[in-house]
Design a binder for this molecule. Structure first.
Ligand code: COA
Length: 126
């Protein structure tokens, strides 16, 4: 196994909140999957958790080397929390195509949020 890609991103929670307020539910649905929304809404304040997931999508798009371009959309990169606290990434559609074309077989994700900032780091291996 070797490292196929890495990515990092930082998001100001306030900036995401402003965009969500400005562009409304359609924007939210463009960014986040139902599973991501469900997970974040289980917290008293969902916003830092949403910001961390937004950062994860951008970090993953950097690890893929594409950014959010070439047909890769925010919902093609999903943060899942299967049965616990450790988040993992699921790639769909164009993002999955790119992941596989890079020879990646595993992804690793770490999230943090504090002081109005959310940060995500992604490593792809294969
Ligand atoms: C790649 C992308 C995710 C970068 O995000 P960003 O928030 O604009 O910029 P960041 O400060 O986090 O990162 C910038 C760094 O990413 C790196 N980078 C840029 N494109 C990259 C790519 N395709 N792959 C890997 N890294 C990339 C660069 O090194 C850049 O730093 P530099 O300009 O000093 O060289 C961005 O290009 C993108 O696609 N953003 C989506 C924007 C969008 O659709 N917004 C609408 C919803 S709010």
């Amino acid at each position: 196994m070797s490292v196929r890609g890495i990515g990092v991103d930082v998001v100001k929670v306030d900036r995401l909140v402003a965009s969500l307020e400005r562009f409304g539910e359609r924007f939210e649905k463009r960014l986040f999957t139902p599973a991501e929304m469900d997970y974040c809404r289980r917290h008293k304040d969902p916003l830092p958790h949403l910001a961390a997931r937004f950062a994860a999508k951008e970090a993953a798009s950097k690890a893929l080397g594409t950014g959010m371009a070439g047909g890769i959309a925010f919902k093609h990169i999903e943060v899942l929390q299967p049965g616990g606290q450790v988040p993992r990434l699921a790639f769909h559609h164009k993002a999955l195509e790119r992941f596989e074309a890079m020879g990646a077989t595993q992804s690793h994700l770490s999230l943090t949020h504090d002081g109005g900032l959310a940060i995500a780091t992604v490593v792809l291996e294969g």
